[in-house]
Design a protein around this ligand. Structure first.
Ligand code: NI
Length: 254
């Protein structure tokens, strides 16, 4: 069954129909979902979802755009949450230079602190990196992140950068962008990357694949992503679903 490696079902975009939508997942072939967190509030909401649905797991972490008010107490709290038995990764953490705030210094500080936390709690990293290719890679190399492992979620960089992460043993997270007209760079990365280092994700409610671009996304759209990968790799959609599920189980130790 399909393994959704990254979605945000705590998002208010799902407030009206969250339960009916999530209840329909397994009968539609979505076997497992990892709900990704971005802040203390979303960690709490995400843990609630994992208690309600046996097939949902959660990451634990604060997103670079949400780390402006982070402090040592919050880091300590996050580390405690990592011992929850359905916590499967530290994320999404990283750097996002698309906006000016929080400052690069603050983002780097909490990115590094959460990588070290992942090492202590022995969970893989889910990395968010936008417009920050060099700094992200520099920090991850300096902190020997290849010893921790994980996934570069919603991969948006070139084949050259992908090669670095693949050599470090990381997985490349591929979502709806692969179906976009302007998704050529990602298609080149997928052509280059070994299929056993690719996982699929939606980042719901964002980044719906064609022909639903701009609409609310959900894991139910993942067959469209798997189909596009299959075309690029000369595989069947079923094979892509099977292989990426096995990859995701390795990534999250499930
Ligand atoms: Ni996300």
């Amino acid at each position: 069954m399909i393994f959704e490696t990254h979605a945000h079902f705590d998002d208010e975009a799902f407030d009206k129909d969250r339960d009916s939508l999530l209840s329909s997942m397994q009968q539609n072939g979505i076997g497992t979902i990892v709900n990704a967190t971005a802040s203390r509030k979303t960690v709490e909401q995400s843990i609630e979802l994992t208690k309600k649905y046996p097939f949902i797991y959660t990451t634990i972490g604060v997103h670079p755009s949400d780390c402006d008010e982070m402090d040592d107490d919050e880091l300590k709290w996050l580390e405690e949450m990592c011992s929850y038995d359905k916590a499967v990764a530290v994320g999404e953490i990283g750097l996002d230079y698309h906006y000016d705030e929080p400052s690069k210094e603050i983002q780097k500080k909490w990115f590094e602190a959460q990588i070290e936390m992942a090492r202590r709690v022995k969970l893989p990293l889910i990395i968010h990196s936008r417009d920050a290719a060099k700094d992200t890679l520099d920090i991850m190399k300096a902190l020997r992140s290849e010893e921790i492992g994980g996934d570069i979620h919603c991969f948006s960089y070139s084949v050259e950068i992908a090669r670095e992460y693949l050599n470090m043993g990381f997985y490349i997270g591929v979502g709806g962008v692969i179906t976009f007209k302007n998704g050529k760079k990602l298609r080149e990365v997928v052509e280059y990357a070994p299929i056993d280092q690719i996982v699929i994700e939606t980042d719901s409610p964002y980044l719906a694949p064609e022909p639903y671009r701009g609409k609310r996304n959900s894991s139910l759209n993942l067959p469209l992503v798997a189909q596009r990968i299959a075309e690029l790799k000369g595989l069947t959609t079923e094979e892509v679903i099977e292989i990426t599920e096995a990859n995701a189980r390795k990534l999250y130790n499930l």
